[in-house]
Structures are given as structure tokens and as C-alpha cells.
Design a protein around this ligand. Sequence first.
Ligand code: GLC
Length: 713
Amino acid sequence: MNKDEIKNLLNSMTLDEKIGQLYQTIYTGSANTGPTFNTSNVIIDLKKGLIGSILGLCDNKVIYDLQKVAVEETRLHIPLLFCNDIIHGCRTIFPINLAMSCSWNVDLIEKASKVAAFESSHSGVHLTFSPMLDLTRDPRWGRVMEGNGEDPYLSSKLASSYVKGYQQKNISGENAIASCAKHFVGYGACVGGRDYDSVDMSDTMLYNFYLPPFKEAINSDVKMVMSGFHSYNNLPVTGNGYLLKKTLRKKLKFKGVTISDYNSVSELINHKVCKNEYDAANLAFNAGLDIEMVSDCYINNLKELINNNKISLKDLDEKVYSVLMLKNELGLFENPYGKIYPDFEKYFLLDDSVTTAKEVASESIVLLENDGTLPLNKFNKTLFIGPFVDEKKVIGSWGGKANFNDTITLKEALDNKKYNYCYIENYINKDCGIDISEVKKYDFDTIVYTIGETQSESGESRSKVDLTIPKIQDQLLDELIKLNKKIILVIFAGRPLILTKYKDYFENKLISGIVYAWFLGTTSGEVLIDTLYGHINPSGKLSMTFPNSIGQIPIYYNRNSSGRPFKENENNEYRLRYIDCSLKPLYPFGYGKSYSNFEYSNIYLDKDIMSKKSKIKVSCNVTNNSNIGGKEIVQLYIECLCGKYVRPIKELKGFKKIYLKPKETKNVSFYLSYKDLAFYVNDKLNYDYGDYLIYLGPNSDLNNYCKIKFIEQ
Ligand code: GLC
């Protein structure tokens, strides 16, 4: 339909029908199990035109039946919008988003999002509540697994990849879906890493760190933005006009639809900023919220609010119009059943989809330590032990339409490849102690020991204060060390864990390697085995800092400079430091090893003066000094030596992922423009003229730099 036809439809709607378009309910369950929610009134309300969209459906038969009611049994035949949480794959499950962000591969993540969109758009999903763009600096927060880490530049590039991959050229395309940037804004900065706790930050922090990924998603034409559960500077985002109107609409120029998070409109009462649902509807509506997800403050109160002149019919029409336009852009008026394929299962797990999942998983693994024992020799006998060797639940939280049986485990991959290995499942005795008598019956050269947290310990409402490895796993490690074999740790987690003990063990030659496996999704076991045995050369680099101690949290590379900066080898106690722990992280942002050995040289600037009229070309040589071809993520950071406001000690402003054949050298170059030097002061973009240091290297812990001057011309 064209805009006039949409306007005519809008004008023909009753007040109830308009309000209905702003109501999203949940309906789960399947045709044979029936609804698993108390949704008996869904069909009744639907027939009255009182429901605009539905969340969480996985069964095409149910989706079809509901759409049929909307299209054929309502007065105006307005189709339903079906939404779901497809955040790292639909049925072909990709690594958790935090793991994927460690690939730093913008094209590959776009490709993965296309696969997710393909499977979703053939199984009744019109819109996914993804990408999650919350900057994350606190691994106690369980939802770090959904995000792209701690850096605004990397997160912004990946935000664009997700939106373009989901939406492609047109969201009405048969392989495309609409996407939703969430959780606007600052949700990852919750106090104490406690999910749903409050957030406070300055505009300088908001504009320099937490907004850029949303800005990039909006520039990539994301269709929806979801408000977070949290309060922001003492006003819940869901009722925060400063964020939803002034910032999102005026500053970021977002023109799409806003939606609350699950029940977050009614939760304004729990925040104690509203006395009842009437007030909650009033606050959220006037703050700029369009669709209410699941709670029914709008459906029960908007009519009265209009009659009491608390909200305007004009505003209501504007909101309903944007929802109708989204449905129209999806092609739902012309083809409401277009994405509901009865035989949808045949579109799942296609070879190309699984191949893409393998590619992404192979670039998401982060090799933290290796004394040369990796890659393993398949002819040598290796003991595999630990809780994840034959575990299928390694796809991570928010598994879309996953079936755990699809997951290839490490053991299955070993069997498929007929490698020389043994697997010991039992090592805990009746007193819950460690018993490796079974292990001692076997002869082997190397041990691969899988440890970590289960996938149910990260995700929503999974904040933790203890990020260490479970004690029983440590006890087994200490027993295994007594066997004097080469030990490789493979760590499964949805967040950075505290690995200080294992790095010490490595440095004291008690273990030979540490591989961070995150939760890699459907192809987990196969990709891990290919990595351990060298068919894949790991190239992932950390998108979140790994702390030395939980006491360092929040810890991130781009922290502000201080009046008393810590200086190595200076014995001044009055410096930024801990008296009982290093200031440095265990592993810095951007860190990750390879089986190759990359060396940087010849960092070069084509000029050292920059203005708004000129760019600077920064380049260096990267050499692969090994006999193994591999990928390297070259990173460019700046450091402002004097700004109007205090700035971070380093700021990522560029990265390139390159492949180097054995012994190959490549020249890698970047162009820096004045825009890369900008830094917000409050909500105003600001340019600091003066000296900057430019760093080029393999991670954020760099000391060698070149100096440039940014002049006002
Ligand atoms: C959840 C999450 C949000 C998700 C929504 C719908 O509580 O906070 O990320 O998209 O509800 O499932």
C-alpha cells in the first residue's frame, strides 16, 4: 500500500483498533501442545482487532492460524507482526554474540545474520529482537554474552553488520527480516553488574561510549528500538522522554518504531515512579514509547487518557501510523502469509548455513596461551576429559529455534574423524571427590581438559559474583597435573572468567595451553577439534578485557587518564593503583594468539600534521614468521594528549583482519581523518586540537607509537 492508503486505513480505525496496534502479547506453544500461556483471550482480543503483534512463536501452524484470524476475521484485516528473539541464529546456531564479536569480522557477521534471517523468514518470523548493542564492561552481568564487548568503535561496526545482514536490501524480501536494536540505552552499565539494577552516567559517557552502536544501527536503517528495563539517571528508560525523544528521535534521528521490553511499562510501578497502570501508560506514552510488550497498561488505559486529555489523539495516530508503515514495508498487507512456510523445517540447517556457522565459530575461538603443544598431532593419543567433552548444551542462552540434538560435541567430532583419543567420563567418587584411577588405566601423550560454566549461567538475569572455575574442576586439574602430561585447557563460558590461576600454571609450565571456547553453537565440537588439531588456525581477539581479579571489575582498556597515572618502575605510592593487585588486566582488549607468529614493523605516517582538510595515512608491515598461514587483526588506537575534557588513555579507531601466508609480509594502512579524533563533551561533538599518539599493533596493550599534531585550519 502507498502512504495515502495507510493514512486512509488509519483514519478508518476505531480508537480501540488504534490502541490494539500498540499492544504486543506473547503466544508460545505449538499446534499440538496448544498455547502454553493463558492466552484464551488472545483469539477473542485478536478478533476485535485489539492485538497488533505477537512475541515468541516458533510453530508455523500456530502462526498461520493466528494470522488467518487477523486477516480474515477482523473488521479491517490488519495483519499481525510476528516477533522473536533470534540473536545468534534461528535453528543453525552461531556462537554467542560476545564470541562472534571476537572474530572482528564485519563481513562474516553480516553473512551469519543473513543465514539467521533466511531461517527466520521461512519460519514465520517478521522481526527479530536483535542486535543487542549494550556496551559491556562488567562480566558479572550475565547478558555480556549477547553483546559485542566493551568498545564503541568495534560494537558500532558490528551493529551495522547485524542490521544489514538481517534486513538486506528490503525487509519484505523472502530471505530478510526486520531488526530491533536493544536495549536502549546503557543497560550494560547496571550497578554491580546486577541485571535490572539502575544506571547512572553523564552525557559525555553516553555519547562517547553507549550511543555509538545505536547510532550506527540507525544509520543502517534498523526498524525498531527496544527500551531497556533499567532506570537511567533516576528515570526508567521506558518512561524517559530525554532518551526516547530528545536523544533517540532528535539527536539520532530514529524514525522507526519503539517497543518496551517485556512488561517494562507496568514495571514503572515497581520503579516507584508511577502509582498505577494508568500513570504508567501515561508516562511511557508521552515519553515516546510506541508498542507495549506483554503488559497491558496501554490497552486498558489509553482510551481514558485520551478522554482526560493526558495524551493526544495526534500522538496516538503517529505511533499507529509507524507500526502500520512497518507492516507495510514488510509486505504484510499484500502477502500476510508470505513468510509462513508449512514445510519450514526444510529451510533449516542447510549445508551453506552450517558452513557459515563453522566459519564464524572458527574465528570466534580465542587462543590465550600455547607453549607449542598446539596444534595436537592426531596420531598421538590424547585424553579428553571434563564436563563439556560430550555436552550438547553448548549453544549458549537465547538459542532461537535450536534443537540441542543438532549440536556436534567434541566427542562426536573425534569419533567422526577417527582420531586417536580416549575419553574418561567418570572421575568423581561416591564422596564427590576426585578419583582418577580410571584415567591411570590409559596411556596417552596429551590431555585436553574441558572446564568452565554451564550455558545456563549466562544470559538474562544470570549475574554472578563468583567468576572463578568451579572448585571440583580445579581439583581434577590439580590431580591431572600430577600425571606430568601436556595439558590443554578448553574453557566454555558466556563471559570473561577469572583465569589468573591458569595463567600462572601456564607460566610455571604446569599446563601447556588455554583455549577460550565460549559457547560456539551447533558446530561447536567439530570446530574445536579442527582448531585443536590445526585444521583451523585460531584468530579471535578479545572484545572484552579479562580481569586479573574480580575486584578489578569494571575493568576496560579505554579508561580515562588520571591526575596520578600509574607509571611502571616508579616507586611513588601515590599513584592510581591497587595495593593488593596489579592495575593491569589478565588479558587486555584485543588480545588473542595464533599458531602463526606475527611481527609488526615499519610503523609509518605519511605526514604528522592533520587538519579538517587533510587525512593522515598510517601504515605498518606485518610479517608471518611461521610456517602456518593465519589471520591477524591489526588494530589502530589513538591517545589524545590534551583535550577539553578528560579522555580515555586509548581509543580504538580502526582495525583490519588480514590473512598472511607462511613467511609473508603485508603492508597494512589506515586513513585517519579529523572525525576519528572527535570526542563528545556532554552531548556536543568536540574537536581537541593538539598532539595525539597513534598506536598500531596486535592488541590494546601497546607502547610503541607515532606522534601527530591536529591543527585548526
Ligand atoms: C526479554 C529481554 C529482551 C527480549 C524480550 C522478548 O526479557 O530483555 O532482550 O527481546 O524480553 O523476549
